[in-house]
Design a protein around this ligand. Sequence first.
Ligand code: FES
Ligand SMILES: [Fe+2]
Length: 451
Amino acid sequence: MTMKYKDNPQAVADLVRPAEVHRDLYIDDEVFELEMKHLFASTWVYVGHESQVPNAGDYFATEVAAQPILLARHTDGEVYVLHNRCPHKGTKIVIDRAGNTGKFFRCPYHAWSFRTNGKLLAIPLKKGYKDTGFEQSEAGQSGLPPVGAVKNYRGFIFVRMKQEGISFEDFFGGSLSSLDNMIDRSPVGKLEVAGPPLRYMHSCNWKMLVDNQTDTCHPMVAHESSAGTAVEIWESLEKDENTKTPMAMEVIAPFMSPYEFFEDMGIRTWPNGHGHTGVHHSIHSDYSAIPGYLEMMAEAYGEERAKAILGENRHNTVYFPNIMIKGPIQQLRVFIPLAANKTLVESYIFRLVGAPDMLLERTAMYNRLINAPTSIVGHDDLEMYERAQEGLHCQELEWVNVQRLYEEGEDLDLEAVENGTTERQMRNQFHAWKKFTVESMEAEARDLADA
Ligand code: FES
Ligand SMILES: [Fe+2]
């Protein structure tokens, strides 16, 4: 490896220009390691939803910042986020993605055991450590170590891996309105994950997925083969005034909307890399009403507020760095970076507690049609990511352009609403990428110099 970027915050900062970014951001292994260590550790990263671990002893295992992590529900009712690593010799404590461990975790190697809040419970043949100073060792003190900071926001669990850093509220700011809207769509203000996610491995950099969530110039082009074909077939069928548009058609047809539709829908950006498409309307605006739902919402919130909640049709909200949510259909996609050219994508759907089942039916249909490993739409995108991952190795061109509707002096630390085809949200993400990665690298350099 070249070691061009390690210990060189300036070289990393130089990868991001106001309206273009260097290809190494997507293809360089050293950059990948640095962004896991610095960006993913300094920011608030989504881990999971509390409904994935409803009972004491339930756990859910995932990766954050390329490290094994687990969520566990303890007997005190709290959800703990712990490093999934035995303090003895490093064995991963759980390897299943989810399950119930009972009263304690037991390491499969030498049977050290831990409470579900991570505390060391017992070690077999403990007398062998007598008078060895074991209590002072890392292994003797740590149990399964907690992550730096945890925030359970209305059931959504985020962590900051570092002990110190930006607060949850400062990091997300006004962007929490998208999560609020998704949750408020339940008459009782509560969501539950509905089943396991659809998992889909992508041979590309995680940022290609994040960029794509607010890329509004691609649907009518890249999805012509899937959505375009579906629309063409539907239009060719004989219909009369009694023919109902099938739910699947309602879901897929808006992907073929023209550029003007996407320009008019607007993009909002918030500081620290967050933003959403669909300010004024979106591909979710014209779904048919679900019988009885508005009435339930009006009873719970009052008519005016119920209409305001359901009138928000935000399309994709990016919570930088690693998730996208869709409020109107209660969906969350998490992008789990595994290597510079490998990303695991998990698409979760939620049940709106207290709302009609037909909403979940539509959400599940959307997920299968658009995001499943067997979907027809998601593959169009994957094909483009993989082509870009290969194309970026071209030595002739070094920069990736994100200049659309750029204006000199653009201030990404201010919230803004713009034309829906702007690439401002992508610039916003790279601005945050640079800020958090470089700040953390500089802090590390200072700590080393002080030591
Ligand atoms: S590695 Fe876990 S008990 Fe030995
Ligand atoms: Fe797409």
